[in-house]
Design a binder for this molecule. Sequence first.
Ligand SMILES: [Zn+2]
Length: 73
Amino acid sequence: MPDRPDESPTDPPAPAPAERRLASDQDVEDADDVLFSHPPRVVRRWLCECGVDYPCAEVRFALLVKSSAEAGE
Ligand SMILES: [Zn+2]
């Protein structure tokens, strides 16, 4: 198990299980290299209360309204 921060939102996607062993020793070695140089990263995302990425369309529109109202003062 690799170390990861406690607040990580989701586990990385699990790899599809291999149906049968097709890989040669060289393939396995290459796979190790790939896995070593491509560790998973936890990306923290801003989520809106309404459940989509922040800012959602409504927030963007509200911010636009507010910025144009302030520009008009
Ligand atoms: Zn929203």
